[in-house]
Design a protein. Structure first.
Length: 323
């Protein structure tokens, strides 16, 4: 599978990836976004910003890049960057299908994305992704699976995904919502001709939302690569929004709140790739200090106290404004 290259990499940042959700479209739900991006959210401005982030990430050892059909023009921006650097054949690319971007390049749209896990959406979006990324695509994931998702029971869809896997594409899924653990366990049971369908899982896990941890450990034990998203809780774990306990640990380690928050995820034994959602090169540089953070038992005990009930966490996430 493509992530084996990351497992054998020697750079300190080999288990950190770059997610382009925050820079592939003008509106997103990250706190502090207005300060990060400013007023110019044109496609050209975000394309330039994306390429600067990709250059900086690659130079510092990051080899996994995460995009999605619903992240505005993230696939296009990444495809342009790859085309201009044909020698970078060690970059591993993951994308997702299942949400359609509907904001029309507006940060103030009433609806930013529409979810549909049906076969017709898969076929349409797989073709759209193929047009942009071609054979550079390594991983294709179902976007935000929940326990009631038809993608967990649609045998025809499973057969088509298995065909893609037989052609060399790694098939995975991402999860969201307070029942992530249930969705993960249900997905682990999906088979085609007796073989597991999914080879990766991408879930939200951070100091505030730890409920998926046991299920992610089970997925890891079953042979799946675990990718962690939203390690910064959409900015809630970054200064100046970080809880007092996190700020205190950051002061004691002489590193940023963001690096400490990501370090907490990196130290989980099942964690394969942890995504940075940085919107600026400065943020990225701070995120990439995460492998250097040394958390002792006292730090871990204090950080463990930050965990929220998953229903409370996801309700608060749903209330975050799009900026």
């Amino acid at each position: 599978m493509p992530f084996a290259r990351l497992a054998t990499a020697t750079t300190p940042t080999c288990h950190l990836g770059l997610g382009l959700a925050a820079v592939g479209r003008p509106g997103y739900i990250t706190l502090g976004r207005d300060e990060d991006l400013g007023a110019n959210r044109s496609a050209d401005a975000l394309r330039t910003r994306t390429h600067e982030l990709l250059d900086a990430a690659y130079a510092q050892g990051v080899r996994y890049v995460d995009v999605a059909r619903s992240y505005g023009r993230s696939e296009e921006f990444l495809a342009d960057w790859l085309a201009a650097r044909p020698g970078l054949d060690d970059v591993v690319v993951g994308s997702k299908w299942g949400y359609t971007y509907t904001a029309g390049w507006s940060a103030d749209a009433e609806t930013h994305e529409v979810k549909d896990h049906g076969l017709a959406t898969y076929e349409r979006q797989r073709a759209e992704t193929g047009e942009l990324l071609g054979d550079r695509l390594d991983l294709y994931q179902i976007h935000s699976v929940t326990p009631d998702s038809p993608a967990l029971t649609d045998k025809e869809l499973h057969a088509r995904l298995a065909e893609a896997a037989a052609g060399g594409l790694t098939i995975g899924f991402s999860t969201s919502g307070p029942a992530q653990a249930d969705a993960i366990r249900a997905a682990l049971a999906v088979t085609v001709d007796g073989a597991p369908l999914f080879r990766t899982v991408q879930s939200t896990y951070n100091a505030l939302e730890t409920s998926a941890g046991p299920a992610l450990a089970e997925a890891h034990d079953a042979g799946l690569t675990v990718i962690v998203k939203e390690g910064m809780a959409n900015g809630r774990l970054a200064a100046p929004h970080a809880p007092e306990a996190l700020r205190a640990v950051a002061d004691e380690t002489s590193l940023g709140c963001d690096a400490v928050a990501l370090a907490l995820v990196l130290r989980q034994p099942w964690s394969g790739v942890v995504l940075s959602g940085a919107a600026t090169v400065t943020q990225l540089a701070s995120n990439l200090h995460a492998p250097a953070v040394d958390l002792d038992d006292g730090h871990l005990e204090r950080l463990a106290g930050l965990a929220e009930d998953p229903h409370v966490y996801w309700e608060r996430r749903a209330q975050l404004p799009w900026h």
